[in-house]
Design a protein around this ligand. Structure first.
Ligand code: ZN
Length: 149
């Protein structure tokens, strides 16, 4: 285990112990349930979008440690951002998971989300890490629900 593995474990544990923005929202403008049947992860994403900006974002759900930590970190990452910025972040995050974005060489806005780049070596885990992001985009696109299958 290298230093980045330790950091990965610590961040995942921290977000599982204290998930950020883990609550239902009374009057969301957008909502989308997402499921990952392969692992059994469920997540509900709630958004409050005003104009072009994501004023608030929260989630509820149950699932594995990676899906929960990724949901928690997704909400932190997109809160206060514009819809266009959030979509850009989604495409960068997805490209990183698919091994199509070399985060060490190409400029990107992922910040600490790069902690998840190690999951690309485990194809089943890519869906766990990506679930909340697919549900985010599903909510923005007014989809009734999304599934990673
Ligand atoms: Zn999972």
């Amino acid at each position: 285990m290298g230093a980045s593995d330790d950091l990965y474990q610590q961040v995942i544990l921290d977000h599982n112990r204290r998930p950020r923005n883990f609550r239902p929202m009374a009057t969301p403008t957008h909502v989308c349930p997402g499921r990952n049947p392969l692992c059994g992860d469920h997540v509900n994403i709630y958004l409050e979008v005003r104009g072009e900006r994501i004023e608030d974002v929260s989630f509820e759900g149950s699932g594995c440690a990676i899906s929960k930590a990724s949901s928690s970190m997704m909400t932190e990452a997109v809160k206060g951002k514009t819809v266009a910025e959030a979509r850009q972040l989604f495409s960068e995050f997805r490209a990183m998971l698919m091994g199509e974005l070399d985060t060490g060489r190409v400029p990107h806005g992922l910040g600490k989300l790069t902690i998840f780049k190690g999951v690309r070596e485990y194809s089943s885990r890519i869906k766990c890490a990506g679930l909340a992001w697919h549900a985010l985009v599903g909510a923005l696109d007014s989809q009734k629900q999304i599934s990673t299958e």
